[in-house]
Design a protein around this ligand. Structure first.
Ligand SMILES: CC(C)(COP(=O)(O)OP(=O)(O)OC[C@H]1O[C@@H](n2cnc3c(N)ncnc32)[C@H](O)[C@@H]1OP(=O)(O)O)[C@@H](O)C(=O)NCCC(=O)NCCS
Length: 178
C-alpha cells in the first residue's frame, strides 16, 4: 500500500450553535462511512483545499483498505471527509477536508469527533496527527478538541515546504460516548 503523506496528516449532525444561542446554519449533515463512489467528490474538495492534494488513487486505496474514512453529506452532496488509521492502541488522523462552501459550520469538528469515537471503540487510547505550522484553522479546530503539540517535523510538507507540528490527544471509549 502507498505510504500517504499525512495532510493533517452514521448519524444526523445538528447545526452548530452560534454564540448567542442561535444555530450557525439551518442545514443538517449526515456522517457516514465513505464508499468508492465518493472518491470523485472527495478529490474535488481535496483539490480545492490543499496545495499538495492526494490523488484519486490514494483515496481509492483508503476506501478499499477498511481504515476509518468518513463522509459528511448534506442533501446528497459531499461536504467533507476525514480519514484515520490505527495500529494497536495508537491512531492517526491522515486527512481532513471540508469544502469551502461548508466551512465554519461545525462539519470539521463533527467529523473529527466521529473519527475519535470510532478509534476509541477500536481500542485506541492516543491519537496523533500532523498539521502545517501555518494552518491556523486546523490548529484551532484540534486545540478545541483537546489536541496538544508534542513535536515537530522540519520541512515535512511540500508545495510549499513547511514544518509539520505533531499533535496528540488521549481518547477513551467512555469519555467519547459521554
Ligand atoms: C480545517 C478545516 C477542516 C476546518 O473545518 P470546518 O468545518 O470549517 O471547521 P469547524 O466549523 O468545525 O470549526 C471548528 C473550530 O475550528 C476552528 N476554526 C475553523 N476554521 C477556522 C478558521 N478559518 N480560522 C480560525 N479558526 C478556525 C475554530 O476554533 C472553530 O470553532 P468556532 O467556529 O466555534 O470558532 C477546514 O478549514 C479545511 O478543510 N481546511 C483546509 C484543509 C485542512 O487544513 N485540513 C486539515 C489538515 S490537518
Amino acid at each position: 500500500m502507498t505510504t500517504w503523506r499525512r495532510q493533517c496528516r452514521s448519524t444526523a449532525v445538528p447545526p452548530k450553535p452560534k454564540r448567542g444561542g442561535r444555530p450557525a446554519t439551518d442545514v443538517r449533515y449526515q456522517i457516514r462511512p465513505a464508499q468508492p463512489a465518493d472518491v470523485a467528490a472527495v478529490c474535488a474538495i481535496e483539490g480545492a483545499v490543499f496545495s499538495d492534494p492526494w490523488s484519486a488513487r490514494d483515496f481509492r486505496e483508503c476506501a478499499a483498505s477498511g481504515v476509518p474514512f468518513l463522509i459528511a453529506e448534506h442533501g446528497g452532496v459531499v461536504a467533507g471527509y476525514a480519514i484515520a488509521h490505527h495500529a494497536a492502541d495508537e491512531g492517526e488522523i491522515l486527512n481532513l477536508g471540508v469544502a469551502p462552501a461548508h466551512q465554519r459550520r461545525g462539519v470539521g469538528r463533527v467529523l473529527v469527533e466521529h473519527l475519535l469515537t470510532l478509534l476509541a471503540e477500536r481500542g485506541v487510547d492516543a491519537v496523533f496527527l500532523e498539521v502545517r505550522e501555518s494552518n491556523a484553522a486546523a490548529r484551532g479546530l484540534y486545540q478545541r478538541l483537546g489536541f496538544r503539540e508534542v513535536g515537530r517535523r522540519p520541512g515535512y510538507y511540500r508545495r510549499p515546504v513547511e514544518d509539520a507540528v505533531i499533535l496528540r490527544s488521549a481518547v477513551s471509549a467512555e469519555t467519547r460516548r459521554a
